[in-house]
Design a protein around this ligand. Sequence first.
Ligand SMILES: [Ca+2]
Length: 281
Amino acid sequence: ELRLFKQLHLIQLLESPHCPRKTEEIRAQRAWSEPSEKTSWDRADFSTREPRGAAEHPPGHRPDCQQLFLAGQQSSGIFQVQPSGSQPFKVYCDMTAEGGWTVIQRRTDGSVDFDQLWDAYKNGFGDLHGDFWLGLEKIHHLVQEGRYNLLIELEDWEGNSQAVQFEFSLGGESTAYTLNLLGPLSGELENAIGDFRQLPFSTRDRDHDLKADTNCAKHLSGGWWFSTCGHANLNGKYFRSIPRQRHERKQGIFWKTWKGRYYPLKSTTMKIQPTALEAEP
Ligand SMILES: [Ca+2]
């Protein structure tokens, strides 16, 4: 871990603001993503549209997608889950040959506005069939079931993808949904989220970040486990090209240690799975 952190800091020292070649390539296909209207969780409701490539599944009382997988569900889609101490809610399950992942965040096309306030990030917003944020309260309840891994997958505009995975826990609202890193990171991506072992969640209207003189969520965009603003923000604005305006460049979806601070990523997925994949006895 220490080695990773040293690498991270080295990269931060060496990193230029952005790569000029990439900027030119992207400028050639400059096209703006129109900001969509605010999508409320209630309006999306996750039940009013057919999911992509999968039928709606009947309600159940399985706590998460891995338990649904163990119960015989093998195809990805929308399912109802109910962790202990929670009302039932719908999730998108990404079923692989090995197990079921519960998807907690997805960005693919900019169709959903992620520049939302605390209550929206707490309760969730967007469209489970497309781009969405599941909601901190739901994620908190899901990971109360045991030990969980978080898998983050990122894609750039040149067809490359990278991933990072680590064991984590998520505190409740009284901790500002603090993300705790519980284990070492695996995957190709350098760490850009956990150089601090614990990070509370921040939105424009709830500044819990580690930068005293700045509101990172306001300075950038969206809600995230901001430390000192510049490491990562997968809930930033969706850009199809690098914005010309300097203040807008900071607002995109970025993972500093992969593509740099000003490279707007093409897609992101965040999903969780128990660390132990066997059924509970
Ligand atoms: Ca601050």
